[in-house]
Design a protein around this ligand. Structure first.
Ligand code: COA
Length: 570
């Protein structure tokens, strides 16, 4: 018998677009094999075949707009219609009538042919079988970490809204001896991240909360009014915490799953679930693939082309050609002991973590460094006079506190320096708070504690707080949250020396100010050279977010403010 598969209830979307036809006439499909991919503004959904059978007609093509009830394909389904008793056919017809009385027909219920042709027993059982999906929130906790006891979260590999599969790595934990990627014990959508980078955790501590959808097949009477539940699942995000209302779906074409909604909403990459699955299987990052489908949608062929290009690049690099894009040739691993005595010094946790962060920033940020010099002669006179007064209270002003204050003023004037760039280059996130990271050298490596709300603090308070944070960093007593939330960073090597350097932007921040040692130098005052105290500034910025002219203005403004600190009170 021939079954018509139609577009199911698509919630509020109304019209949806056919963006991929996954079968051809003559194909034999199994039950639940995907037939086509539909896409609304908000989600894409694969339409699975309600029955096993042979595709005898395809009524749509890519780019077609369809709505609930539109014919998608016709399937030749092997059945036992001849052997079915009249009473069974009648029961089916009555059930269909009743369903229509109660509600509209179940969205995915095959249309006329089933009512017109007596369905086989097997088909009727299928029609009467429903699957119920239960949404459950589950915690992923720290597993047994052996002797380590306490471990540190060094890298979060997922973000809110990500859909992970069982065994996908969700974060990296590190003990003194080892680092381990923690796989998710089950698949689901990340709805809560309960730890932050740098958090210290022990066995059993919750890490992330996943929302999983569990399907259970159950028999139901054909009259079961299923429409509302399906509609709810398609249109409304799940908002409750536990054991949400079971969503009942017929076993024919289903509503967009939470997975596809989540992925589309969070990744902004147009690609169907089948393509996403393919990308996952081959380890392809979809954001790097150029989509050639409608609205730049990534198609299976695009993923294949991307993989081919990557392979070619590798072949090229093996043949000594310059690789394109991300094909970074690895540094060879050499046995240095062949050339002389060596010592293996294990890297501290801090150093390993900062190495990873710096590498990531170095590879991602389009670095440019703008150099300038501030005349801090008057500032130094003022600072030293203040220090005489402050000494009795145990306070001391170094140039750093003035630099923080001056930077905050510059950030307020040039807000793009206090921003982060969207990964898809669609917008800048301008932050209306001013948290200044201070690079601090410690025996274990570089750490960057944060002076929060620096715009609301005076120079003495900034001096006090930065000195306290630097002390805590060196004594390894920094509270965990002290290293988070910076919007701009200052790296001051002025106490040590140097005339200039090129600091690495602490991404996702977009700029960092490097400060070298101030020294006396000749400055032409229009008539003669005068000895002035000059402070070298090196402003590295992410050229993706900031133009060179803006960087020159920002640096110039800093020199003006530092040159005459009275400007700070304006
Ligand atoms: N030019 C001249 N002298 C400077 C100066 C500058 N730019 N900056 C500081 N000094 C002086 C200070 O006034 C102080 O002098 P004093 O003792 O005679 O008063 C001396 O150098 C030491 O200052 P310091 O203790 O370093 O204080 P600070 O407030 O300037 O800096 C830190 C604090 C935390 C930034 C600093 O100690 C530090 O760790 N710097 C290293 C940062 C780093 O490693 N960056 C590299 C990242 S890539």
């Amino acid at each position: 018998m021939t079954i018509q598969v139609t577009v199911p209830d698509v919630g509020e979307a109304g019209e949806v677009e056919v963006i991929e036809v996954l079968v051809a006439v003559g194909d034999i499909v199994a039950k639940d094999d995907s037939l086509v991919v539909l896409e609304s503004d908000k989600a894409s959904m694969e339409i699975p075949s309600p029955y096993a059978g042979k595709v005898v007609n395809i009524a749509v093509k890519e780019g077609d707009s369809v709505e609930e009830g539109s014919l998608i394909v016709e399937l030749d389904v092997e059945g036992e219609s001849e052997s079915e008793s009249e009473s069974e056919a009648k029961a089916k017809a009555e059930a269909a009538d009743k369903t229509q009385e109660n509600d509209r027909p179940a969205p995915s219920e095959p249309k006329e042919p089933i009512a017109a042709t007596a369905p086989s027993k097997a088909v009727e059982e299928q029609a009467a079988e429903v699957s119920s999906s239960e949404t459950i929130d589950q915690l992923v906790v720290v597993p047994d970490v052996g002797d380590a006891g306490e471990v540190t979260v060094t890298e979060l590999l997922v973000k809110l809204g990500d859909v992970v599969e069982a065994d996908d790595s969700i974060l990296v934990l590190e003990s003194d001896k080892a680092s381990m990627e923690i796989p998710s014990p089950f698949g689901g959508e990340v709805i809560e991240i309960l730890v932050e980078d740098g958090a210290v955790v022990t066995e059993g501590d919750p890490l992330v909360k996943l929302r999983t959808t569990q399907r259970t097949q159950q028999k139901t009477s054909p009259q079961t009014p299923t429409h509302q539940a399906v509609k709810g699942a398609a249109a409304e995000p799940v908002v409750e915490e536990k054991n949400l209302t079971p969503v009942v779906e017929t076993s024919s074409p289903q509503s967009p799953s939470q997975e596809s909604v989540g992925e589309v909403a969070n990744e902004k990459i147009h690609a169907g679930p089948a393509v996403r699955k393919q990308a996952r299987e081959y380890g392809v990052n979809l954001s790097q693939v150029t989509g050639t489908g409608q609205k730049d949608r990534v198609l299976k062929e695009d993923v294949q082309a991307f993989i081919k290009a990557q392979l070619k690049t590798r072949e090229g690099s093996a043949a000594g050609q310059v690789p394109a894009g991300g094909g970074i040739p690895p540094i060879p691993s050499i046995d240095f002991s062949k050339f002389g005595e060596i010592e293996l010094r294990p890297l501290s946790r801090v150093r390993r973590s900062s190495a990873r962060n710096l590498h990531r920033s170095w590879l991602n940020v389009a670095h440019v460094t703008q150099f300038d010099e501030a005349d801090i002669t008057d500032l130094e006179v003022f600072r030293k006079s203040q220090n005489l007064e402050l000494a009795s209270a145990g306070d001391k002003l170094t140039p750093l506190a003035f630099l923080i204050k001056a930077c905050v003023h510059a950030l307020i004037k040039y807000p793009q320096f206090n921003s982060s760039i969207d990964v898809d280059y669609e917008y800048l996130t301008l932050k209306k708070y001013y948290n200044i990271g201070i690079a601090v050298e410690t025996p274990d490596g570089l750490v960057v504690p944060v002076v929060r709300d620096a715009d609301k603090k005076g120079v003495v308070e900034l001096a006090r707080e930065s000195a306290k944070l630097a002390g805590q960093a060196r004594d390894k007593k920094l509270p965990l949250d002290a290293m988070q939330g910076a919007t701009f960073t200052i790296s001051s090597l002025g106490g040590i020396g140097g005339t200039a350097f090129t600091p690495i932007v602490n991404a996702p921040e977009v700029a960092i100010l490097g400060v070298s040692r101030a020294s006396m130098g000749p400055v032409w005052d229009g008539q003669a050279f005068a000895p002035r105290m000059l402070l070298p500034l090196s402003l590295s910025y992410d050229h993706r977010a900031i133009d060179g002219a803006e960087a020159a203005r920002f640096a110039n403004y800093l020199t003006q403010v530092l040159g005459d600190v009275r400007r700070l009170i304006l």
